[in-house]
Write a protein that binds this ligand. Structure first.
Ligand SMILES: Cc1cc2nc3c(=O)[nH]c(=O)nc-3n(C[C@H](O)[C@H](O)[C@H](O)COP(=O)(O)OP(=O)(O)OC[C@H]3O[C@@H](n4cnc5c(N)ncnc54)[C@H](O)[C@@H]3O)c2cc1C
Length: 439
C-alpha cells in the first residue's frame, strides 16, 4: 500500500493544478495522483506524427481575462510561448465572418447584416420594455442576439455541438456575468453599419507553446509537480474509494489522509458506492464525447486560426489550422488541420465513417481537398463537453453536497461538471487545494 498525505484522482490539467496548489501551501507534503490513462495529458495531450503535431483533445489556446492568472500559467512555459492576434471566423452562407459574429457583421452582404441588426435592436428594445429571465439557452440566444443571429448561427451551431436542442437546455450557464460575452450594442450597431469592430476581447490575443503542442504546457506543470515530490500512477482507473479508520483507500493501492478528485462525478460516485439518490443525480449529468480528426496536409494553411461551422449538413462544428498556432506544428510548405465533432456517449463510433464524413465536409466547404491529405487520424475522448441540460445545477449540487459531507473535494471540468477553460480550471483547482488543507 502506498501511503500519502493527499491522494489526487485524475492527473489532467485540474489534477496538476491541484497538486501544485497543495505543494505551494504545504511543501514537503506527500501527494500521489492516479490516472486511468497510460498517457499523461488528459484533454491537453498532443501527438507528433511524421513531423506534424496534433492536439488530440481538440484545438487549445491559452487566454484569460485575469491577467495575473494568465501570466502565472504562461510562467510555466518559461517564456517559450507564441503570441497571436486571433483570426477566427464563423462560416455563414459561404462568407467567413470574423468571430464573434455580432462584431463581424460588417463582413456580410448589406441585406443580411441589416436583417441581423434589425433583429438585434428589436431584441434590445423588447428586453428594455419587459425585462425577464430567459427560460432556456435558445431563448437567451434570441433575447440577447435577436432572431436572425440566433436562428442562422447560434441555434444551429449549438444544436450541433451539444446534440440537444438549445430550447431544451438551461440558460443559467450563459445568463450569468462572465461565461460568454454579451455584446456591447454600440459595437453591434457599428458593425451592422459596416464598420469593423472587435469583440470577446479577452480572447482576441492568445498564446500557445512555441513547440510541443498544447501538451508542452501540461508537461511543464507535470515536471514542476514531480520536482516538488508528487508521485504519479498512470494506467490506474479509480474504481473503488473507501474510508478506513480515518484514511481514504483508493483501489486498495493508495491510502491517504485527504482526498481531492478531478475525475468525472459519476465515476467518483460509483467508486464511493454512493447512496442511490446520489447515483441517480450523477446519472442526470449529461456530457458529450469529442472526436478530433487530424490531417497532415501537403499545402500551406490559409491565414486563419479556427473557423466555426453552423451548417448542420456538415458533421463538424469547428476546424482549426493548428500549424498557424506554432510553426513547429508542421514542416514548411505543409499544414496541420484539426476538425472537432461531438458524439453522444453510448452511440457506436465508426471512425472510418466519421473520417469519410469529415473529408466530404471539408471538400464541400472548400477547406481542404483529399488530394492534399498526407495522413489522417481520429482520436475520441470519452469526456469532451459537459452539457447544461435543464436540472443540471440541482443534479450537480446533490452530488457535491454528498461529497462535502464526506470531506472529499472535487474540482475541474469533470469534477465540477462545468464548461470551464484551462484558466478557470487552474484557478479553481488551486483554490480547492487550499480548502482541502484548511484546518
Ligand atoms: C475540444 C476542446 C477544446 C478546448 N479548447 C480550450 C481552449 O482553447 N482553451 C482553454 O483554456 N481550454 C480549452 N478547453 C478546455 C480544457 O481542455 C479543460 O478546461 C481542461 O483540460 C480540463 O482539465 P481536467 O483535468 O478537468 O479534465 P481532463 O483533461 O479531462 O482530465 C481528466 C483526467 O481524469 C482521468 N480520469 C477520468 N476518469 C478516471 C477514473 N475513473 N480514474 C482515474 N482517472 C480518471 C482522465 O484520464 C484524465 O486524465 C477545450 C476543451 C475541449 C474538449
Amino acid at each position: 500500500m502506498i501511503s500519502a498525505d493527499v491522494a489526487v484522482l485524475g492527473c489532467g490539467w485540474a489534477g496538476l493544478a491541484a497538486i501544485l496548489g497543495v505543494l505551494e501551501r504545504a511543501p514537503g507534503a506527500t501527494v500521489v495522483c492516479l490516472d486511468a490513462s497510460e498517457e499523461p495529458g488528459g484533454l491537453l495531450r498532443s501527438e507528433r506524427i511524421c513531423e506534424h503535431t496534433f492536439d488530440v483533445g481538440g484545438s487549445h489556446i491559452i487566454f484569460s481575462r485575469d491577467k495575473g492568472l494568465l501570466s502565472e500559467i504562461l510562467g510555466l512555459l518559461g517564456g517559450s510561448a507564441v503570441e497571436h492576434e486571433r483570426k477566427a471566423f464563423v462560416l455563414l452562407g459561404g462568407v467567413k465572418v470574423p468571430y464573434p459574429l455580432e462584431n463581424g457583421l460588417y463582413a456580410l452582404p448589406p441585406q443580411l447584416r441589416a436583417e441581423m441588426l434589425v433583429g438585434f435592436v428589436e431584441a434590445l428594445l423588447e428586453r428594455a420594455a419587459a425585462p425577464r429571465e430567459p427560460e432556456s439557452f435558445g431563448e437567451w440566444a434570441r433575447m440577447f442576439f435577436g432572431r436572425a443571429i440566433a436562428e442562422s448561427y447560434l441555434i444551429p451551431y449549438n444544436r450541433k455541438i451539444w446534440k440537444v436542442d438549445p430550447d431544451e437546455m438551461a440558460a443559467d450557464w450563459v445568463h450569468t456575468p462572465g461565461r460568454l460575452p454579451v455584446p456591447d450594442w454600440r459595437d453591434v450597431v457599428r458593425s451592422g453599419a459596416g464598420v469593423e469592430t472587435r469583440g470577446y476581447l479577452e480572447q482576441a490575443r492568445f498564446y500557445y507553446p512555441a513547440s510541443g503542442g498544447i501538451q508542452r504546457l501540461y508537461d511543464a506543470a507535470l515536471e514542476l509537480a514531480r520536482s516538488r515530490g508528487a508521485r504519479f500512477l498512470w494506467g490506474h482507473r479509480v474504481v473503488r474509494v473507501r474510508r478506513d479508520g480515518g484514511r481514504w483507500v483508493v483501489n486498495g493501492l493508495v491510502e491517504a489522509r485527504k482526498l481531492l478528485s478531478t475525475i468525472p462525478l459519476p465515476e467518483l460516485a460509483l467508486a464511493l458506492e454512493a447512496p442511490e439518490h446520489v447515483l441517480r443525480a450523477a446519472g442526470r449529468l449529461r456530457y458529450n464525447r469529442v472526436a478530433v480528426v487530424g490531417f497532415a496536409l501537403s499545402r500551406e494553411a490559409p491565414g486563419e486560426h479556427w473557423v466555426y461551422v453552423p451548417d448542420e449538413s456538415v458533421v463538424f462544428h469547428r476546424y482549426a489550422w493548428i500549424s498557424n498556432y506554432s510553426p513547429a506544428n508542421a514542416p514548411r510548405g505543409s499544414s496541420t488541420l484539426q476538425v472537432e465533432v461531438t458524439l453522444r456517449p453510448g452511440d457506436p463510433v465508426d471512425e472510418e465513417k466519421l473520417l469519410g464524413e469529415v473529408v466530404e465536409g471539408l471538400d464541400r466547404l472548400g477547406v481542404a481537398s483529399y488530394d492534399h491529405v498526407k495522413l489522417a487520424r481520429v482520436w475520441v475522448h470519452e469526456y469532451g463537453y459537459p452539457v447544461y441540460v435543464r436540472g443540471h445545477n440541482e443534479a450537480r449540487e446533490e452530488v457535491m453536497a454528498y461529497l462535502r459531507e464526506l470531506g472529499v473535494v472535487s474540482v475541474g471540468r469533470w469534477g465540477s461538471w462545468h464548461y470551464w477553460n484551462m484558466d478557470r480550471v487552474y484557478k479553481e483547482a488551486k483554490a480547492a487545494a487550499a480548502s482541502l488543507l484548511a484546518p
